[in-house]
Design a protein around this ligand. Structure first.
Ligand SMILES: [Zn+2]
Length: 315
């Protein structure tokens, strides 16, 4: 089978690079460095910038802005990776054989601090994916570790979601607690995404989505990115490439082939499935899909097209 292009909706690689733990262009360490993405035929990658608000010792606004500056300056200078800001950028990069597209995301809206202006500044800096909550509570709503006290979106959050969608940011429900998840769908004016979340029926981790949530997402027109973290793939916490496919199959049967994508979470996860240790192995995963009976059209949708079409419509 010919190599199939990949669109991956979530990795934390930009954070590790900023923290000097990996060297994106020249280093060997890391799951989703430039060379590894290239080898896996990843054409578009969403690079999320996330700073854990429980750590306490940092200023989310300052650190995220610094991380954005660090990342965007370096990829611009490389001339190998282009930051995707518009639909036209997406189309142009897709035609350009040697160019990779990077989409910038913010994971956890703690830096917004109740300010629509900060949201606009983030947009002007190129942020196009916005995950309102990470695992805790902020001025927008609650993350899944606050499930017990989750009261859904705040008044500000309810205004912010459509405001961001109007601007051209894509809203990501991964990490949201249940009521916050419901409210995000309720006040959305465009399809949302679950960039890196799996099916709870297969693995009961609280980060995963119930059948009810998956069906709500399908009705909303969203795409769900299957996450490669073994703890989100199986209840035993041990996984192989085949466990990724189990989630794909489950989503395929429960909802629709148009709602499935990949959101590896590479460089944000401590362990990876056997045989899928880095982005280099993406084509092996795709070959497994073929071996498991998926037709070429469906494989292309899952690996690339579903995300590509959703981003093309919303950017
Ligand atoms: Zn995450």
């Amino acid at each position: 089978m010919k190599e199939i292009q990949v669109f991956d909706a979530h990795c934390d690689t930009a954070i590790l690079w900023y923290k000097n733990r990996i060297d994106f262009f020249n280093g060997k360490k890391g799951h989703a460095t430039y060379k590894k993405l290239k080898k896996g035929n990843v054409k578009f990658q969403v690079f999320a910038i996330c700073l854990n608000s429980a750590a306490g010792e940092f200023d989310p606004l300052r650190d995220i802005l610094q991380n954005i500056k660090f990342f965007t300056q370096r990829i611009d200078a490389s001339r190998k990776v282009k930051l995707i800001r518009t639909k036209q950028d997406l189309i142009d990069v897709n035609k350009e054989k040697n160019l990779m597209g990077a989409i910038l995301g913010i994971e956890g809206g703690d830096l917004i601090r109740g300010s629509f202006e900060i949201a606009e500044i983030l947009y002007s800096l190129g942020v196009r994916v916005f995950t309102p909550v990470w695992n805790y509570r902020n001025s927008i709503g609650s993350g899944m570790w606050e499930e017990d006290s989750d009261k859904g979106l705040t008044r500000f959050g309810k205004k912010l979601i459509p405001f961001l969608q109007e601007l051209g940011m894509i809203i990501d429900v991964s990490h949201a607690a249940k009521e916050t998840f419901n409210d995000i769908l309720e006040c959305s004016i465009k399809p949302v995404i679950a960039s890196h979340s799996n099916a709870k029926k297969i693995c009961s981790h609280p980060r995963n989505l119930t059948d009810k949530q998956l069906k709500m997402l399908n009705k909303n027109g969203s795409v769900i990115g299957v996450n490669f973290f073994p703890k989100f793939l199986t209840n035993s916490g041990k996984a192989t490439r085949q466990d990724v496919i189990k989630h794909v199959k489950y989503l395929y049967n429960l909802i629709s082939p148009d709602s499935i994508g990949f959101g590896s979470d590479f460089d944000g996860i401590l362990r990876t499935p056997a045989g899928l240790e880095t982005a280099e192995q993406y084509q092996l995963l795709i070959r497994d899909l073929e071996r498991d009976g998926f037709d070429l059209k469906t494989i292309k949708k899952i690996a690339f097209k579903n995300w590509y079409n959703l981003f093309k419509k919303q950017l």
